[in-house]
Ligand binder design. Sequence first.
Ligand code: ADP
Length: 585
Amino acid sequence: MLILGMLGATSVVLTLIVSYYLAKSDISQGALKNAETLSDQIAYSLEILASQGDIFAMQRVTEKTSTLEGVSRIIIVDNHQIIKAHSEKRMVGQKDESPLFAEAIHERRIVNQVSEMRIIFVRPLRGQAYTSEYQDVIGALWVEIDISNSVRQTRNSFLWVAVIGGVTSLMAFGTQYIILKKNVVDRIFDIERGIKNALRGELGTAIVINTSFGSEDEINALAQSYNYLSATLKDSQTKLQSERDFALHIMENMGEGLTIANAEGNFEYVNPAYARFLQRSPDEIIGHLPEDFTNHEDRAKLTEGWNLRMKGKSSSYETSLIAKDGSFVTVIVTAVPRFNNGKFAGNIAVVTNVSERARFEQMKTDFVNRASHELRTPLTTAILMADLLEGGGTDEEREEFITILKQELNRQLILLNDLLVAGRIESRKYEVHASRIDIPPVINEAVAAIKLQAESRQIQLVTDLDKSLPLVNTDRQSLFQILLNLLSNGIKYSRINSEVMIKAKMEGQFVRVAVLDKGIGIPAQDLPHITTRFFRAQNATKREVQGTGIGLYIVKEILDALGGHMEIASAENQGTTVSIYLPTK
Ligand code: ADP
């Protein structure tokens, strides 16, 4: 824009300069022509006067002619360049050494000299006959015209023209600049600003552009296209972002591990689940190789899988990871290759922690074994007792056989009931039938039912029941089964010849029934898992206390169905208190 303006101004100045010089040369040419005509006229008269030898007349003509406009000096010399007449009379008689005179006389031709300020026109004067060595040349005439005025005037005019031209072009340029700036440059800047904003990521902000002279033009069209493009881009960006956020949300919250590795095998991303398997934070894992967290013995599997993926195949294998505390985590890795422009770029793997599943499978197997054992043991004893009864014996002996028989059958009944309830819970067919129940009679009944088992271990069952317990809206049979389980555990896990207490009292909105023993207790690390199906604490299995690991599980499930809950407080080797809370409302 500025360059354009400067070019315009320069061309104006150049035009003026050229015109000025052309005008100046025109002035010179005109003045030269005038001088020639004038000298022609004077020369004719002078030649006549000279032939008559009228020197005074020559001086008069000279002086007269010198007064003509523009004529600044007239000189007449003879062949020896002695001044015969001069605009300034006092010069007459002196010698004029000007080479112009010499040239005109000797060369017998017109000579002129044009300068900035004046024009000198010198011509030879001719006599009547060839009287001298200069043939008919008798002297020379010098006509000098002053052109300084004309030149000055022209210069002044051009100066005015230049000033007016300059001011006009400046104004024109200024107006043009303002119009151009407002209508083109500023509007294009607006678009440029918009594009810069877009590049900074601020998409979707529409550029508002004035209309030029009240109507839309190409720049508005450009702005509209930009706005459309920006809005579309913003749309797709938002869509992309929300899809990415959605994907990230899934990846961050899924229970399975997810890892992304680059072409060199280093982790680029691991989700929190995977990091949890290793008991580390994702930052501690990213940048490392899977080998760094894998059991050494399984490294061959990793290499094999990696080689397959480099060939574009997915692979799946079981391996064990090493957690921060050194423990092994069994996982199944399913990995697919990633390609970027046809080039192998690493892989994405879903890692499933099967340790829990494997442990559960093991627990289930143990349960089947234990349950069969628990069912068979009382049966075997019962058959033995029946045989003994058949064989007779004293009344006392027979009574003892019957007690043992009852006790064993009772054990079997409790177990079979538990299995039945567990089956119903699993298949979601367990139902409770609530009615207003007085709790103490149910407790006493359960104590009576378990009495033989307690006696076999010389354990005293002590009850401590609040007199003013309200009726509770519950399922009698279910409550009975819960109590049998808790009392049975209290007896099983107590030392021989100790005491198990059952208490009942109001606590807020609940009736709390607690079974307390001073037995082996539950190790702290096993306590959180104690109500998990088939789970048995280490100290119970170690001591070979018989059990199946479903008692507390069904107690918890039944309580959920009854709207109650359970609390277990236990310290290893000190005892356990299992409390159930039954809602009164
Ligand atoms: P089990 O048939 O093995 O007794 P439960 O589900 O009733 O199964 O109990 C689960 C585990 O909880 C038991 O195996 C035992 O390790 C622990 N447990 C339950 N009650 C007691 C208790 N009163 N004292 C100590 N350990 C207990």
